[in-house]
Design a protein around this ligand. Structure first.
Ligand SMILES: NC(=O)C1=CN([C@@H]2O[C@H](COP(=O)(O)OP(=O)(O)OC[C@H]3O[C@@H](n4cnc5c(N)ncnc54)[C@H](O)[C@@H]3O)[C@@H](O)[C@H]2O)C=CC1
Ligand SMILES: O=C(O)C(=O)Cc1ccc(O)cc1
Length: 306
């Protein structure tokens, strides 16, 4: 138990804020945690379940005197929230965020920043399809990546302290440049979410034709898509609108490959299909063999043919 920040303020009390709260409480990492949520209903729920030591009705009150302020709202409103709280921030405080997109957040937050506040953007690569104040749990960030995206001139001591907090929360921390972050996440998270949304939409259209068979006989692959496609609509709308360039770049490449596979199916080019699937299978295996997939079930490891 060691306090890293005397007072932490969480703005936006959903999945990520509530998980951070329970993770910090678990190890006594914050002296006091204050919170603000936009809707009265969320504030009421937070008070009822003991989420935050004190919940305020305005964001400005919540951040007053805070050594660390964490923005846990959808990426599209980060700039507006900072405009509102900027003059209430404590001199020398650290301001961070947990948004899934970094370049747009930096562009929208920076113009409102007071001189004496350290802004250090962040992104936990951990989440679920659930949202809201009751969806969080202390273990969410255990052994997950936390990417810090320091802006030019960030104070090294402030970065080290925030890194220490996330490590004590349970994450593995790495630093990354904003542009690179947005491209990597477009490949690993944003485009896959859009594909899942699309696939479930297609199946839903089909369901009207086949009278619920799609859902009734859905195999594991499709069930995984439905889990991802149940993610929060506001959050994901904002992700796509703010990481537009990188997402469109990846979707362009995806479409090209999809057309090539479509053509191979139409022309009966089994060699193309077999070569493609052999390549993708090797990627999955190399990830597991490098020990990088902590979620992977042990699919007969050791029994696998070479
Ligand atoms: N859900 C996930 O799996 C992950 C989400 N993130 C990022 O974390 C951030 C928060 O996401 P979640 O906690 O999942 O969302 P959530 O939907 O569970 O919570 C967001 C909260 O922000 C509030 N909010 C919305 N607009 C607001 C405004 N203008 N002012 C004040 N509060 C406002 C909402 O009412 C809600 O309480 C997002 O930026 C998201 O991109 C990052 C990693 C994973
Ligand atoms: O639930 C899932 O499959 C996720 O992909 C979670 C997630 C969602 C958004 C992020 O920015 C980071 C992680």
């Amino acid at each position: 138990m060691s306090v890293i920040y005397n007072r932490v303020a969480l703005i936006g009390l959903g999945l990520i804020a509530s998980s951070m709260f329970w993770a910090m409480k678990r190890r006594g990492l914050a002296g006091e945690v204050t919170g603000f949520a936009r809707s009265a209903e969320t504030r009421e729920t937070a008070r009822r379940i003991g989420l935050c030591d004190r919940v305020f009705d305005t964001a400005r009150e919540a951040v007053e005197g805070a050594d660390l302020v964490v923005l846990c709202v959808p990426v599209g409103v980060m700039g507006d929230v900072v405009a509102e709280i900027a003059s209430a921030l404590k001199p020398g405080a650290t301001l961070t965020d947990v948004g899934s997109v970094k370049r747009d957040v930096i562009e929208n937050v920076t113009p409102h920043l007071p001189e004496n506040v350290h802004f250090i953007p962040g992104h936990p690569i951990a989440g679920t399809e659930h949202s809201g104040p009751e969806s969080g749990f202390a273990e969410l960030f255990d052994n997950r990546w936390l990417l810090l995206v320091p802006v030019e001139g960030s104070d090294p001591d402030a970065i080290a302290r925030l890194r220490h907090l996330w490590e004590e929360i349970g994450s593995n921390v790495e630093e990354m440049e904003a542009e690179h972050h947005d491209l990597v996440l477009a490949v690993t998270s944003h485009a896959p979410h859009l594909i899942a949304y699309t696939m479930v939409g297609v199946a839903d259209d089909l369901r009207r034709v086949t009278d619920s068979e799609v859902i009734k006989y859905s195999a594991a692959g499709f069930r995984d898509f439905t889990r991802i496609a149940a993610s929060d609509p506001t959050m994901w709308r904002d992700v796509f609108l703010t990481n537009k360039d990188a997402t469109l770049e990846i979707l362009g490449r995806f479409t090209e490959e999809l057309f090539a596979l479509q053509r191979a199916i139409r022309t009966g080019d089994g060699e193309h299909l077999h070569d493609y699937f052999t390549r993708t299978r090797a990627i999955r295996r190399s990830i597991i063999e490098a020990g990088q997939d902590t979620d992977a079930p042990d699919f007969g490891r050791g029994k696998r043919s070479k």
